[in-house]
Design a protein around this ligand. Structure first.
Ligand SMILES: CC(C)(COP(=O)(O)OP(=O)(O)OC[C@H]1O[C@@H](n2cnc3c(N)ncnc32)[C@H](O)[C@@H]1OP(=O)(O)O)[C@@H](O)C(=O)NCCC(=O)NCCS
Length: 170
């Protein structure tokens, strides 16, 4: 790839500008391709509330991609989400590297914690390669969180973007 990419643990104080870019890039992508951006879209609040994540950027300070915890349940469990790579950087292993950085950091920071994720076919494949397995068990609170997803308003009535729940014990 012609870009040099940095992978870092997300820190709102250090990466605030990247977070702002990420929200703009993803909103534009979602508006242009509502069927393909199958996830809870980023807002600045997503980043402000993220206890742990991995962010990728170019050496010129351009947002490239993100994966992290998007919700912390009252049970203490974490929901992972937001695996997203900006369109021009896809197909070069960025999502793979983001997952390595994020999962390694999560294991180091919160060993034993259950991390769940709601997936569609794309994210099911990559997450299973990182040890996630299917489960039927998730906090009821998760559905309340799903209902806040702006993506649900872009989908045809009766369609859902996430088809399965996966889990991993960190
Ligand atoms: C899905 C998305 C995150 C992929 O990003 P990407 O950087 O192009 O993906 P990568 O190049 O890292 O990986 C693509 C594939 O190569 C594999 N791969 C990449 N590097 C690898 C490596 N070093 N070793 C083994 N496998 C590797 C990945 O597992 C993946 O395989 P899969 O298609 O079977 O799942 C990106 O297309 C995107 O942001 N799409 C819109 C949002 C979305 O759909 N997000 C996922 C749902 S939440």
């Amino acid at each position: 790839m012609k870009y040099e990419i940095n992978y870092e643990i997300f820190d709102m104080e250090k990466h605030g500008q990247l977070a702002e870019q990420a929200a703009v890039v993803q909103a534009a992508d979602m508006a242009a391709n509502p069927a393909t951006v199958s996830m809870l879209p980023y807002t600045l609040e997503t980043f402000q509330q993220c206890p742990l994540g991995a962010i990728a950027s170019t050496t010129h300070g351009e947002f490239v991609g993100f994966n992290g915890v998007i919700y912390q349940y009252e049970t203490g469990e974490w929901e992972q989400g937001g695996l997203y790579v900006a369109p021009q950087f896809r197909g070069h292993g960025v999502a793979w590297e983001l997952k390595i950085v994020f999962i390694d950091a999560a294991k180091a920071a919160a060993a034993g914690k259950r991390l769940i994720t709601f997936v569609g076919p794309t994210s099911e494949s990559i997450n299973k390669k990182f040890g996630f397995t299917e489960t039927d068990s998730f906090p009821a609170e998760a559905l309340e969180f799903c209902a806040t997803c702006p993506k649900s308003k872009c989908l045809p009535v009766g369609k859902v973007c996430c088809s399965k729940v996966l889990e991993i014990q960190l």
